[in-house]
Design a protein around this ligand. Sequence first.
Ligand SMILES: *[C@@H]1O[C@H](CO)[C@@H](O)[C@H](O)[C@H]1NC(C)=O
Length: 221
Amino acid sequence: MGSNQQQQRVVNVVAVFFFLVLIPVTQSLPFIVLHGIGDQCKNGGVTNFVKLLSDWSGSQGYCLGIGNGMWTSWTKPLLKQTAIACEKVKKMSELNQGYNIVGLSQGNVIGRGIIEFCDGGPPVKNFISLGGPHAGTASIPLCGSEKVCTLIDSVIKFGVYSSIVQNSLAPTGYVKMPIDIAGYLKGCKFLPKLNNEIINKRNSTYSKRFASLENLVLYYV
Ligand SMILES: *[C@@H]1O[C@H](CO)[C@@H](O)[C@H](O)[C@H]1NC(C)=O
């Protein structure tokens, strides 16, 4: 979502969706927003986005932060980020009758992680995914800050599917190199589990939970 125009288009799509699809079936259900990599809930962009959706839909919206947002989103493995998010939604009594998830970029795979892995969590009714890397990416997202770039350079030489890299750079959890699918299935710690791709470790609970959504919107950017 580089340009304002693009952002505006995305916001319009979500707004139309809220008006036409969500409101009639799920009036007053609250929603959470999961932000993208390098972002944080207190940033203006996310804050305004949550507020716009709340104003337009009349539903209560919350930005769900994990750790300190910016650094955590880059460095904490996604299984751990998902576990933290799961504990948070369980503690939010506002969500216990059901809620919707709106994901931005990396936040989408965490959203899907909540839907699939969060045992005992409140029910997710609708999921709107904006630019989610659900099928993986073939590279690390562009560096946002110098500190992060140094880290990326120093760890990537160990190989993207090595434990050290998987444990220290969150986006490697959804790097799917087309030239090394075997390495991906063996070493990548997040997406293969999320997508039930490892043949002898498939878990039908994950697919059942995902299929229980009332509406799924996938917006491609
Ligand atoms: C599948 O996932 C569910 C939910 O997390 C878990 O309770 C169950 O033990 C898992 N089954 C297997 C075979 O791993």
